[in-house]
Design a protein around this ligand. Structure first.
Ligand SMILES: Nc1ncnc2c1ncn2[C@@H]1O[C@H](COP(=O)(O)OP(=O)(O)OP(=O)(O)O)[C@@H](O)[C@H]1O
Ligand SMILES: [Mg+2]
Length: 169
């Protein structure tokens, strides 16, 4: 995979098919390491859970294990190439509830994949990669961004290492 092909190089990634979602998931999975936080946002039905599931599979969660959105449990744990904490914070009613889940304290243990975590980045320890999904007439679209330059640089640096290319100015 070359650096130019990575989603982070262009940020807006059309996902017209589930196949495209799986491709994006594989590209993201290759960049993620323990301690990383990815926040998935977007309206109901935008494709968050399908993308997180594909990401979990790409990180090595076996196909025989179901991956459901933790709507009621709030957090599901998976063991894969890296430990995964898959969270769905839709039902949380305030910042303090997010604090009480103790996810920030668990950042160093796992890759943290959080649906409906927008606005809770500080409670989750900051430095998130954001994946916003929308359902457009032509299909779903993911937009990838990071609030902090440092975080983006880190991910891009990993991408470059994988792609074996020098950074483009
Ligand atoms: N890339 C895609 N191409 C086509 N269909 C998709 C794609 N991604 C998801 N879907 C379909 O869109 C529907 C909603 O997807 P999903 O459950 O992932 O949304 P969600 O954002 O998690 O919604 P909610 O917020 O309600 O949990 C599902 O029927 C799913 O099969
Ligand atoms: Mg969902």
């Amino acid at each position: 995979m070359t650096f130019e092909e990575l989603p982070l190089a262009h940020e807006r990634v059309p996902l017209p098919t589930r196949r495209a979602t799986i491709r994006l998931a594989r590209e993201l999975a290759a960049l993620l390491a323990v301690g990383d936080l990815v926040i998935f946002s977007g309206p109901l039905g935008a494709g968050k859970t399908v993308l997180v599931r594909a990401l979990c599979r790409a990180l090595g969660v076996p196909h025989e294990l179901p991956i459901q959105s933790p709507t009621f449990a709030l957090v599901h744990e998976h063991d894969a190439r890296v430990p995964i904490l898959h969270c769905d914070l839709y039902r949380l009613t305030g910042d303090s509830e997010a604090e009480q889940l103790g996810l920030r304290e668990r950042r160093h243990e796992a890759v943290l994949l959080v649906e409906w975590g927008r606005g809770l980045e500080p409670q989750l320890g900051g430095g998130a990669l954001h994946v916003e999904l929308v359902d457009e007439p032509a299909g779903k679209v993911a937009t990838i961004s990071a609030d902090t330059g440092a975080r983006r640089e880190l991910v891009l640096a990993r991408a470059r290492r994988r792609g074996g290319r020098e950074p483009t100015p």
